[in-house]
Design a protein around this ligand. Sequence first.
Ligand code: HEC
Length: 136
Amino acid sequence: MRKQIAMLVAMVAVVGVMGIVGAAAPEVSIKQAMAKIAGKKGGALPKVKGALNAASPDWSEIKKSTKIIADNSAAIVDATPEKGEKANYEKLAAALAANGKALNEAAEKEDATAAKAALGKIGTSCKTCHDAHRGK
Ligand code: HEC
């Protein structure tokens, strides 16, 4: 009987911990991901832009930032924006994720030309998505 009670207590504890972990780690919100990707203070995209234009680019720094862009853009493809049609958002978000991935792959290869091309595509995607899906 003691053993069974101990087991039960342990099980309740495990379920409880899982609940806390689940609550503490919600899906990445679009807002959070955008801030990490493009925030003026410490956003990855402004860093990559600056670093790519250097005479001898610091690839290890660039790779850190392009990975943040790739990961965060991939994380919001399934998110639901406050405004606009979800299907349209998904299309634009998938394009952002694809360009983010291309940018990260170019950085991995230390290919500045390809990285700049991907960066250009990302740069022209902001307004279309914001006009359709960014509230306020
Ligand atoms: C696939 C759609 C999409 C693309 C592409 C996109 N954004 Fe956004 N962005 C959003 C949405 C939606 C919000 C509003 C999020 C919210 O407040 O819930 C947002 C919010 C932001 C914010 C505000 C974040 C904050 O802290 O409130 C910034 C900055 C931003 N975007 C920058 C950019 C830049 C720069 C680009 C292009 C390089 C870009 N975004 C491309 C959808 C997009």
